[in-house]
Design a protein around this ligand. Structure first.
Ligand SMILES: NC(=O)c1ccc[n+]([C@@H]2O[C@H](COP(=O)([O-])OP(=O)(O)OC[C@H]3O[C@@H](n4cnc5c(N)ncnc54)[C@H](OP(=O)(O)O)[C@@H]3O)[C@@H](O)[C@H]2O)c1
Length: 299
């Protein structure tokens, strides 16, 4: 990831980040995961403001409904369904509800994630939950929704809200780095790497094995998510689906205990700008890093 960096002309200033070329309409359908609060909530709000049909999903029905009501109080009507991405049966129920109610989608934002680390602390106590939610959750949902993407001339879009903590340069194990850097990388190999990490957590050897040193379990989950995006982008080449990742930077949400350099609304404005790029300007297999000078690089 981040092998070569190039400035992104679309995001060189913090003024309007959403394209003025409006290719979308009310018929354009977007799904956002983990959207009852934080960046996910702000993304739903922004996409609804832009006039798309948006499905707000949340793992807790009550928290999800409250979020829908908060938007409705602002005059923004969105759809809701409960979705716990860490639970394959919840994914299945969501996808079958979505299929019978909407049929096709244009945009998927894999935003839901957990971290159990305090800002300056590192723990792997909940590594399994973190990997299951942040990597497998996004992967299983994406795979289940893949046949439902519209693949129209305006292109379908998948955006994973990821993190620079999951960059390959945070990995100090040359063997694992080599596997993930391989141009022929497969999903099975990513799962193999994730399995190695979970095993090293179980047998207490993770510290000596060169895994990322900051927010270790979270970083591995995002490393796997970025790698999966690269593999998927390649698989979807020529099929009308673009796959990119976006790191919103240090954002004031509950994940950071409210600390950060900017608000969730500001981060979501960039995320919305990315998924709403006109198709001729929409890249694939890119990693975007927001705040400050916006940069996109190869995944
Ligand atoms: N904040 C930052 O500085 C920062 C930096 C880089 C990347 N990110 C990424 O940005 C995204 C949004 O995070 P945030 O900062 O907005 O954090 P947040 O406020 O904690 O929001 C996380 C959201 O994910 C949901 N979630 C957790 N587990 C879930 C599950 N199993 N199924 C469905 N939803 C689940 C949470 O629901 P509950 O309310 O039910 O817990 C919540 O709605 C994440 O992917 C995160 O990794 C954040």
């Amino acid at each position: 990831m981040m092998k070569s960096e190039e400035p992104n002309p679309h995001f060189s200033s913090s003024s309007s980040l959403i394209s003025s070329t409006k290719w979308w309409s009310k018929e354009t359908v977007a799904i956002v995961t983990g959207a009852n609060k934080g960046i996910g909530f702000s993304l739903v709000k922004r996409l609804a403001e832009m006039g798309l049909t948006v499905i707000l999903t949340a793992r807790d029905a009550e928290r999800g409904q409250k979020a829908v009501e908060a938007l409705s109080a602002k005059g923004l009507l969105v759809n809701f369904f409960r979705l716990d991405v860490s639970d394959p049966s919840s994914i299945q129920s969501f996808v079958s509800w979505f299929k019978s109610n909407f049929g096709a989608l244009d945009i998927l934002v894999n935003n839901a994630a957990v971290s159990f680390n305090d800002i300056y602390e590192n723990s792997v106590e909940n590594a399994e939950i973190v990997i299951r939610t942040n990597f497998y959750g996004a992967k299983l949902l994406t795979e289940a929704l893949l046949p439902l993407f519209r693949r129209s001339s305006s292109k379908s879009r998948i955006l994973n809200i990821s993190s620079r903590l999951g960059s390959l340069n945070k990995l100090r194990n040359p063997k694992i780095k080599q596997i993930l850097e391989d141009d022929e990388l497969s999903t099975e190999q990513i799962e193999y790497v994730v399995g190695l990490f979970l095993q090293s957590v179980k047998d207490g050897t993770w510290k000596s094995q060169g895994w990322p040193e900051v927010w270790t379990d979270y970083a591995v989950s995002k490393l796997a998510l970025n790698a999966y995006a690269r593999v998927l982008a390649k698989r979807c080449e020529g099929e009308g689906i673009s796959v990119n990742c976006y790191c919103p930077g240090f954002t004031q949400t509950s994940m950071t205990r409210g600390k950060g350099t900017h608000t969730a609304d500001e981060a979501a404005d960039i995320g919305a700008g990315l998924v709403l790029l006109p198709s001729e300007e929409l890249p694939t297999a890119k990693f975007y890093i927001g705040f400050g000078p916006y940069v996109k690089s190869k995944l």
